[in-house]
Design a protein around this ligand. Sequence first.
Ligand code: NI
Length: 216
Amino acid sequence: MQALPLQNATQNLHSDLILDWHLAPALATSQDMSEFDFLSGIDAVPPTPILIAPQPVLREVTRDVRPEDIAFIREQLPGMFSAMYKAPGIGLAAPQVGLGMRFALVDVAEEDAPREPMLLINPEIISDSDQLAAREEGCLSLPNQYAEVVRPESIRVRYRNLAGETIERDASGLLATCIQHEMDHLDGILFVDHLSTLKRNMIMRRLAKEQKLGRR
Ligand code: NI
């Protein structure tokens, strides 16, 4: 998701560490920050190119990540985080860099605040609120296009981290929006799909025009 002019979301990441996909506990509530050691030198890492709509890969449904994919994903992360932070963005899903796997990055920390990276592998929304919220969204694959999207205000999401640990956490506000936006990408869905056909077509035409002019 592309960073917006206004952001207000805070959340806490806890620390914990588990070893193996198969030995993972059924439930944990943490993210191991040591997974993101590479972030200290992230500014020097070349950003992975981000695909721009209407690239067909963005419309494909991804497959689940398997334990044997983890080494590969680990290699992709520095370039992906670099791309997300440079954009600047607050979320980036695997299909946006041409990978058909179910994982996404999220960091909704404000620009001046310490980073709060999350990696969601095989994420599932296990519950969501009846209460809906309308929030302005943008997307790194539709640069500079924004529109208000209505989604559940809060969610509970379950996912794996690199250690194979299962994590469940509650999210609301911007974080909930961002996670839902990134999870949509894993099913080939873009935020404009939540809008009227008229509005979607307008945005896609404007994007195509701007891309043709070489703007970003
Ligand atoms: Ni997006």
